[in-house]
Design a protein around this ligand. Sequence first.
Ligand code: HEC
Length: 233
Amino acid sequence: MRATVFAAAALVGFHTTSVALADGDPTRGAQHYRACVACHALEPGLHLSGPSLGDVFERMAGKAEGFVRYSDGLKTADFSWNAAALEGWLKDPEAMIPGTYMVFQGIADPRARADLIAFLEVAGKPGGGEKAVANGLIPAEYLRAGAPEPIGDASPETRVAAIRHCGDSYFIKTEDGRETPYWEKNIRLKIDSVETGPPKGVAVILGAGMAGDRFSVIFSSLADLKSLVEEKC
Ligand code: HEC
């Protein structure tokens, strides 16, 4: 019976509202939402690799304020994210918006999609993320998801004073006066220009990944990166 209803929903397409999804279970949907956490936060306005889903429900597609990396397909889309639109998207994003930047193969199981949509109907409305946490649907970490921890007040051993690149190495001087050599492949230069990043004019070196010899140097702007790094032997 349910299968017939879903088949009908598929036929009417994503732009009409659908009754087929009415019995989705948000608690089970919260489990499926784990597949989204790597790229999306539930705090409204907090954009990670993908735009915030904190107020996605009934938001116009491709229009989250402050998210500037939409594909042309989503940017020019003219529909809002109701249950029927989400059904098409979660089934096969690439089929719905060819050339989408969302690297996700889709969810084949219609039951799982209905549950996830029921979850988004709760969590994807303003204040919904907190509500989902309060109801025990998701851990509080899902609100900010993959957003980095704010760097805040960095200690002098982690504040970078200067970076020399020479041969295949970086020589990184920190504000405690030490200069340490690193193999260039073990250093990632990153910019975190939003409030989680270092204060303007400050760069910070932090351990990265499992291996103890990998580090990220995080700058607050490209201008800081350009002024702190030089080629010098
Ligand atoms: C690998 C990262 C990644 C994963 C995993 C991912 N997304 Fe996305 N998502 C994106 C990106 C990037 C975009 C923007 C796509 C574009 O512009 O074409 C996006 C866009 C969206 C949009 C459209 C938002 C808007 O403002 O129009 C929705 C809805 C969405 N994702 C839901 C989900 C859900 C639900 C899941 C989990 C089942 C998920 N995404 C998993 C990266 C991801």
